[in-house]
Design a protein around this ligand. Structure first.
Ligand SMILES: CC(C)(COP(=O)(O)OP(=O)(O)OC[C@H]1O[C@@H](n2cnc3c(N)ncnc32)[C@H](O)[C@@H]1OP(=O)(O)O)[C@@H](O)C(=O)NCCC(=O)NCCS
Length: 181
């Protein structure tokens, strides 16, 4: 049986392997990593799909802001190659979005494939005021307004606002990456 659960500390090694497998060794160079490095995920918004004590999927959301307007950044989302196409990615998305809504968040953005994320309500139009601290493909910058109009009038650079771990080595990308692209 596969269940979706809050990510635990003991999930981290398997999660790292899944991300290496899914995105390759250059994953630390993504612009979104600039908004994650040295931070912890948003409180209560990191999940894994687990089956037979294996991490089969992962999703995290992060606290960011444009000016004084808070929002969330979603990613990475990854599912183990052997388990793709059976709805696990969708289950992780639906679960994470429901929890974000329950926690009172008003808007989420991500950088990803529109043909996949459109089905969850993410669109380029909602993200048009957002800018990122590095290169990105504009058509891949997508956003979801949990509360209608939450992103209207929002314009500017996204900056990280998430919690910084007490031990820096526990932050994201504490593996020697320099996020340059
Ligand atoms: C993207 C990913 C998370 C989807 O997980 P999944 O469990 O296979 O997704 P689901 O089973 O819920 O959905 C499968 C559907 O999404 C489609 N899909 C998967 N990846 C897609 C993509 N990048 N673009 C468009 N459609 C995509 C599949 O073709 C399938 O379509 P169908 O329902 O019409 O058959 C998974 O393929 C993955 O881990 N990929 C590598 C990492 C990655 O690219 N992450 C997303 C970053 S943009």
């Amino acid at each position: 049986m596969i269940t979706i659960d809050s990510e635990k500390l003991f999930d981290i090694p398997q999660r790292e392997m899944l991300l290496d497998q899914s995105f390759g060794p250059s994953r630390g160079l993504k612009t979104c990593e600039r908004l994650r490095e040295g931070r912890l995920p948003s409180r209560g918004l990191a999940f894994v799909a687990r089956g037979n004590d294996q991490v089969l999927g992962t999703i995290r959301l992060w606290d960011v802001a444009v000016g004084t307007r808070p929002l969330l950044m979603l990613g990475p989302l990854a599912v183990s190659p052997a388990c793709r196409g059976i709805g696990l990615g969708s289950d992780l998305m639906v679960h994470a979005l429901a929890q974000a809504r329950r926690l009172g968040h008003r808007a989420i953005f991500l950088v990803g494939d529109a043909p996949y994320y459109n089905r969850f309500g993410f669109h380029e139009k909602a993200a048009e005021g957002l800018d990122l601290p590095g290169p990105f493909a504009r058509e891949r910058l997508l956003a979801l307004e949990i509360e209608p109009g939450a992103l209207s009038g929002v314009s500017g650079m996204v900056r990280p606002t998430g919690p910084v771990p007490l031990r820096p080595e526990n932050g994201e990308a504490a593996r020697g990456f320099r996020a340059v692209a």
